[in-house]
Design a protein around this ligand. Sequence first.
Ligand SMILES: C[S@@+](CC[C@H](N)C(=O)[O-])C[C@H]1O[C@@H](n2cnc3c(N)ncnc32)[C@H](O)[C@@H]1O
Length: 235
Amino acid sequence: MYSEAFCKIYNEFGWNYFPRAFGEQLLEWLKQNQVTVRTSLDLACGTGILCEVLYEHGILSSGMDFSQGMIDIARKSNPNIPYDVADMILYRPQKRFDLVTCTGDALNHIIDLADVEKIFRNVYGYLNKGGYFIFDILNEKEVSTGAPIDLDFSDTVKARFEITQNEAGIVNLKTAVFENGVLQFEENITETVHDPEAVCSLLRKCGFRVVKCDKQLLDDAKVQGTTWFVIAVKD
Ligand SMILES: C[S@@+](CC[C@H](N)C(=O)[O-])C[C@H]1O[C@@H](n2cnc3c(N)ncnc32)[C@H](O)[C@@H]1O
């Protein structure tokens, strides 16, 4: 779970660009493939950006996330969108959806593939027949470990981000915030890199048909993404 302080950093640092870009591509993919979506759920929705993009396009979107701080920001930003605070491994909403999404390498926060399988089984249960499950996962080659990155919040407040990966493939993002050179706050986020083949076979095992597993969401995208995009359908 992200701390409240980290949620604010996440929101203020502009990591929100990803769900917005993803949302625009997703809407284009739905249009190109003549898929009609009336209701959607974004798992691990963070600050709710993707929910807002879909809502702005007339979709009855909703979201959920483990971190109260993320949901507080999402609810404040658009009080019309329903949000739940919950763990997606256990989450089983009463409603069914035409589309379920999970972006921003949120599934890489789930270290154990057995837990990923639980999520897939649950999603299969609350998707409508013909509904789509669309998500991204980290591309190992794009995990940029190396020298720490320093960013300035203001003249006095600075943040340092450092990504490391151990031999077991566990990725650690360490964020530290300093004021006048004195450490104010530190947080470690742990993720893992999942093999896209293993993820796709798990989807099939849970009843899905895998439509796409590619480095780009749109076939005609000019730039290759830095993640794997996976599209699965409940036939
Ligand atoms: C990198 S952020 C991505 C947020 C958002 N999807 C986006 O694209 O900006 C990962 C999110 O996953 C959430 N998360 C991690 N594990 C979770 C779990 N088990 N259940 C629900 N949310 C979880 C975190 O709280 C965080 O908001």
